[in-house]
Design a protein around this ligand. Structure first.
Ligand code: PLP
Length: 413
């Protein structure tokens, strides 16, 4: 008979998570290469973080907020967990009303970024729900479901209880509507990592599917501000009926350079419902409000004043300038790669380019080729899921000079 030392038990679901070796594997390869070739200048086009500083309007607003905190009359302590009214009102007025979307303040939940809420939303949903994700995918959607035990075990790089919707050049990166019932569907548009989008018509098919099947769509619009084309919806609520079946996640990280400052928000419409096992309909807005009030302290007053400032005329102009800078990078990279003979996807409505590896190379072969022959670092597509094999992700968040030089180097290959 075994005798166990009595101890608290761990959540064993965490032990099922495969190590996230992607970025450490990349770092190791790059370090080794640098040690062997100290004279070469490496250009990093794999970064998923912004590089331009915060806009002036944001800095001014933060200084003012800091001064308020120093004064007995204007000091703020604990704030509302759902966010301050000034920011919730600005979000509704500037991000939704101009698109004909009317929201109540109670439907806007300010947070510290989209990673938190896309990872936490499963708290209010049953463990037996069937989950569907596009493949390749932003890893948080899957890993957060693994942690609570919603995904079963893994075979051949796929979780048994997750349905994958492959997105590749073969289907023009448009995921096929499932034939079976899925309860929770994660969609991210504009997409990280592929940089591709869905048209209003294509997104409408998902909303129709969700309404017909009682599914919940978890719509990640973290890159909404990068959309340039008219037919691409900025919010899922532009689609008729979406308020009854979708939760939308937004972030100031890529919109306004808040990756280090932290602020974002989630929209949970009052109409969106899910059911108890006994068939009683429950408002997800009320559950999420309860969840946030219990487990979340709200974003800081200073971050929220900073976020409010991006909706002023100066703020709008300044963030548009930064986004244009990144999207001009994307344009330069996209056309340069195409001229060099590469098949490139994305980069039109998103700061990501999804490049097909030439000559049937694998993602890692292509990574090695660019590192060894052009001193350029990308991110192998396989890091985002099995359908990422044969692709490499490049981002447009670098400097203009590096983008030009990277293309020059690629042309010389
Ligand atoms: N969603 C997607 C698709 C992302 O790519 C990222 C960040 O890279 C996030 C959410 C997280 O953003 P945040 O900084 O708001 O947590």
């Amino acid at each position: 008979m075994h005798s166990f030392t009595q101890m608290a038990l761990v959540n064993e679901n965490f032990l099922k998570l495969p190590g996230n070796y992607l970025f450490s594997d990349i770092a190791k390869k790059v370090e080794k290469y640098k040690a062997e070739h100290p004279e070469r200048r490496i250009i990093r086009l794999g970064i998923g973080d912004v590089t331009r500083p915060l806009p002036e309007a944001v800095i001014v607003a933060m200084h003012k907020a800091v001064d308020e905190m120093a004064n007995k009359e204007t000091f703020r302590g604990y704030g509302p967990e759902q966010g301050y009214d000034f920011l919730r009102e600005a979000i509704i007025k500037h991000d939704f009303e101009p698109r004909g979307i009317m929201l109540r303040k109670s439907e806007v939940f300010v947070n510290d970024g989209a990673k938190s809420d896309t990872g936490n939303i499963g708290d209010i949903l049953d463990i037996n729900n069937r989950v569907g994700v596009t493949d390749p995918v932003y890893p948080v959607y899957i890993d957060s479901n693994v942690m609570v035990g919603r995904t079963g075990n893994m075979t051949d790089d796929k979780w048994n209880d997750i349905t994958y919707f492959p997105c590749t050049a073969e289907n023009n990166f448009i995921p096929e509507i499932p034939h079976e019932r899925i309860d929770m569907i994660y969609l991210c548009y504009p997409n990280n990592p592929t940089g591709m989008t869905l048209s209003r018509e294509e997104l409408g098919k998902w909303v129709d599917y969700a309404l017909a099947n009682g599914s919940l769509i978890l719509f990640d619009a973290a890159y909404e501000a990068y959309i340039r084309e008219n037919d691409v919806p900025h919010s899922i609520y532009e689609i008729e009926g979406a308020k009854r079946c979708a939760i939308e996640f937004r972030s100031f990280s890529k919109t306004a350079g808040f990756t280090g400052l932290r602020c974002g928000y989630t929209i949970v419409p009052e109409e969106v419902k899910a059911s108890t096992r006994n068939g009683v309909e429950v408002s997800l807005n009320q559950l999420w409000n309860r969840r946030q009030s219990t487990k979340f302290n709200g974003a800081s007053y200073i971050s929220q004043r900073a976020a409010e400032a991006i909706y002023t005329p100066d703020g709008k102009e300044q963030i548009a300038g930064n986004i244009k800078y990144y999207m001009d990078n994307a344009k330069i990279m996209r056309s340069g790669l195409q001229k060099a003979g590469y098949k490139v996807f994305g980069g039109i409505n998103a700061p990501y380019l999804w490049v097909k590896a030439p000559d049937g190379l694998s993602s890692w072969d292509f990574f090695d080729m660019l590192l060894n022959n052009a001193d350029i670092v990308g991110t192998p597509g396989t890091g985002f899921g099995p359908s990422g094999e044969g692709y490499l992700r490049l981002t447009a968040f670098g400097t203009r000079e590096d983008c030009h030089e990277a293309i020059e180097r690629i042309n010389k290959l």
